[in-house]
Design a protein around this ligand. Structure first.
Ligand code: PNS
Length: 163
């Protein structure tokens, strides 16, 4: 059985991520989405919220599993019995960073390979950080995230302002 891991922050999940997930889920028997528990970033959503949103947007994909992980992605892969890491590449600048990460991971564990998928052109400008930036300035995020995620974001912001 071919198992791949798609690691990331997913804060929040975007149309770009969903594009990757659908294509990777079609190419592997099983796709494990790993949400990194990263203590250094100041997140918009906590880990259980990110997992819930990912579950909502992948509900129709039976071979996709979502879980969080801490530490090295290669260790997470071993734990999940996965030999492949999936990463999306939108641009040359992404590629530079991704290349270093893939080679580092390969050095750490030569049995685990990184497969790059180039983002579909319609999502090449989409990123979670752009979504967070737009929210800071009341920008429209409709083109970036599905309706279910958008609703959660606005609910979150409402709850924050009420506090
Ligand atoms: O969505 P992101 O923030 O671009 O994802 C980055 C991620 C989670 C894939 C990367 O930071 C990661 O794998 N972190 C775990 C630590 C690790 O294994 N680092 C080794 C490669 S340098």
């Amino acid at each position: 059985m071919s198992i791949a891991v798609y690691p990331g922050s997913f804060d929040p999940v975007t149309y770009g991520h969903i594009d990757m997930i659908r294509r990777a889920a079609a190419a592997f028997d099983s796709l494990v989405i790993g949400v990194l528990i990263n203590y250094t970033k100041k997140p918009l959503f906590d880990i259980p919220e990110r997992i819930e949103m990912l579950k909502e947007v992948t509900a129709d994909l039976p071979n996709v599993k979502i879980t969080s992980f801490e530490g090295l992605v290669v260790d997470f892969c071993k734990q999940q019995k996965a030999k492949t890491i999936i990463r999306g590449v939108r641009s040359f600048s992404d590629f530079e960073f991704e290349m270093i990460m893939a080679q580092t991971n390969r050095k750490l564990d030569p049995e685990i390979d990184t497969f790059f998928l180039t983002t579909s052109p319609e999502y090449s400008y989409v990123s979670s950080s752009s979504v967070r930036e737009l929210l800071t300035f009341d920008g429209d995020i409709t083109a970036f995230v599905p309706e279910s995620v958008k609703k959660r974001i606005y609910k979150k912001l409402e709850d924050k302002t009420e506090k």
